[in-house]
Design a protein around this ligand. Structure first.
Ligand code: G3H
Ligand code: 13P
Ligand code: NA
Ligand code: ZN
Length: 328
């Protein structure tokens, strides 16, 4: 059944687990997420980005998610709009039937320019008023995703700040977070702790200097009732990088957010963990390998089946590690 994010994250907080929020663009991702959830008895958050709407078209995405709810009626599903750039964007998603929206007022309507605190409060508060009137949950964001080493958001073609960010933007301030949640009434708060979107988060395995789990603890201590959200939380599995590069790919050395660091975050108030890149890497690795090993095959269902299976394994591993399993 389709439920609101508030309902799901309240349950997660009560029982001390986190929920991976997987981005969805196509049938194979949707099947991978749902089959993994079914096999591990996990509740599901699927999220659609602006890029996904552009790729698949809003009606196809919507019906893909509704089809998942129909095929797996026993699994609670949150249909979430990722990184809305304005209250109007969020309003359109609410009209389409999304049960949760993100109003990312940390960046302007171009999705690139960091905004003022007052602007962020204004657009987020307006979105909350509109969404709550419809029983829809709202995620806000305070702080900008980006590397603590370089100050760069590091996402070539997607969501992310343009130009160099400073320390105050890269690490969400606990006091400001408390004020923001009070002023806006958001159901969940995305925070900046040194992660960024995409595969190129860290040039070496992160340490406390480049990934601040400490900052999560400080924010959670200040606002223990608020559900925290980690963006840019792909782990960038080294195994999948190796498969991609073994079968013709060329991805340079790079590191993501270790699963055990996310689990530590979950112990301190993180309830929603955004993951897109890991499914992309697994899919690409599986397809490259399948193509190389089966040069005479030309039925796309064959290589897409390999893609689905690889993504499903990643989903299952996250459901199990985050304690989501067993909570559907
Ligand atoms: O927020 C970032 C997600 O990875 C979505 O990426 O805009 O390429 O769909 P996308
Ligand atoms: P990754 O690029 O680390 O998968 O992050 C996805 C995300 O935060 C979507 O909002
Ligand atoms: Na989101
Ligand atoms: Zn994000």
């Amino acid at each position: 059944a389709l439920i609101s994010m508030r309902q799901m994250l309240d349950h997660a907080a009560e029982h001390g687990y986190g929920v991976p929020a997987f981005n969805v663009n196509n049938l194979e991702q949707m099947r991978a997420i749902m089959e993994a959830a079914d096999e591990t008895d996990s509740p599901v958050i699927v999220q659609a980005s602006a890029g996904a709407r552009k790729y698949a078209g809003a009606p196809f995405l919507r019906h893909l998610i509704l089809a998942a709810v129909e095929e797996f009626p026993h699994i609670p599903v949150v249909m979430h709009q990722d990184h809305g750039t304005s209250p109007a964007v969020c309003q359109r998603s609410i009209q389409l039937g999304f049960s949760s929206v993100m109003m990312d007022g940390s960046l302007g309507e171009d999705g690139k320019t960091p905004t003022s605190y007052d602007y962020n409060v204004d657009v987020t508060r307006r979105t909350v008023e509109m969404a709550h009137a419809c029983g829809v949950s709202v995620e806000g964001e305070l702080g900008c995703l980006g590397s603590l080493e370089t100050g760069m958001a590091g996402e070539e073609d997607g969501v992310g700040a343009e130009g160099k960010l400073d320390m105050e933007q890269l690490l969400t301030d606990p006091e400001e977070a408390a004020d923001f949640v009070k002023a806006t009434g958001v159901d969940a708060l995305a925070i900046a702790i040194g992660t960024s979107h995409g595969a190129y988060k860290f040039t070496r395995p992160p340490t406390g200097d480049t990934l601040s789990i400490q900052r999560i603890k400080e924010i959670h201590a200040r606002i223990p009732e608020t559900h925290l959200v980690m963006h840019g939380s792909s782990s960038v599995p080294q195994e999948w990088l190796a498969v991609i590069n073994e079968f013709g790919g060329a991805i340079p050395e790079t590191y993501g957010v270790p699963v055990e660091e996310i689990v530590e975050g979950i112990r301190h108030g993180v309830r929603k963990v955004n993951i897109d890149t890991d499914l992309r890497l697994a899919s690409t690795g599986a397809v490259r390998r399948f193509m190389a090993e089966n040069p005479a095959e030309f039925d796309p269902r064959k290589f897409l089946k390999a893609s689905t299976a690889a993504m499903k394994e990643v989903c299952k591993a996250r459901y199990e590690a985050f304690g989501t399993a067993g909570n559907a």
